[in-house]
Design a protein around this ligand. Structure first.
Ligand SMILES: Cc1cc2nc3c(=O)[nH]c(=O)nc-3n(C[C@H](O)[C@H](O)[C@H](O)COP(=O)(O)O)c2cc1C
Length: 173
């Protein structure tokens, strides 16, 4: 697939068949994370590839809404970043999440970005704290989000180039 096709096909997929992801596909998604650029090449992100069902269930409850699909996902990539190493941890984590999301499309996998930063669980606890507790991480590790992954059990239409909001582009010439 060329890059434009991957970008057009990229949609948030929240329903999965329950099948495992082939290891080589998971490896490609993780390689994409490591290929992502970081400010000043500080590389603050550490990636936790979770396939353990109990841990996936715990992560699904780490925030109030929008994370339920993790309980049925084949895998989750928790993107953590050492905020003492880089003040650009939000940007660095976001780029890695985006790279993985796109690589998932290329590999025929369904995935969804799940926000953790600035969110709370149903009991009012900070979602990042919940994730740090689940993975036994120190406080300096910040968690922008998690990418859920699975074999897609839903088909979503690709984005057509003719339908893009070109009025949001402002050319100064
Ligand atoms: C920063 C960010 C945070 C997001 N957080 C969530 C989330 O917590 N749960 C969820 O189901 N989807 C989440 N999404 C997916 C968006 O809802 C989705 O990208 C948007 O509705 C557009 O749909 P599409 O990705 O299918 O094109 C997030 C996306 C981004 C970029």
């Amino acid at each position: 697939m060329d890059l434009m096709e991957v970008m057009q096909k990229r949609r948030s997929i929240r329903k999965y068949t329950g099948e495992n992801i082939p290891e080589d596909k998971l490896d490609k998604v993780l390689q994409a994370a490591l290929l992502a650029p970081t400010s000043m090449n500080r590389r603050p992100c550490e990636f936790y590839a979770v396939t353990d069902r109990e841990t996936l269930r715990a992560l699904s409850a780490a925030k109030r809404a929008g994370a339920a699909m993790l309980a049925n996902a084949a895998a989750a990539i928790v993107v953590t970043a050492d905020s003492e190493l880089a003040d650009t941890w939000i940007e660095d984590s976001s780029i890695a999440l985006t790279y993985m999301h796109l690589m998932a499309v290329d590999q025929g996998l369904g995935s969804c970005w799940i926000q953790m930063h600035l969110r709370q669980s149903a009991d009012g606890n900070d979602a990042e704290d919940n994730v740090r507790k689940i993975l036994s991480l120190p406080d300096k590790y910040r968690i922008v989000g998690i990418l859920s992954l699975g074999i897609p059990a839903q088909d979503r239409p690709k984005q057509e180039l003719d339908d893009l909001e070109y009025t949001r582009i402002h050319r100064i010439r």
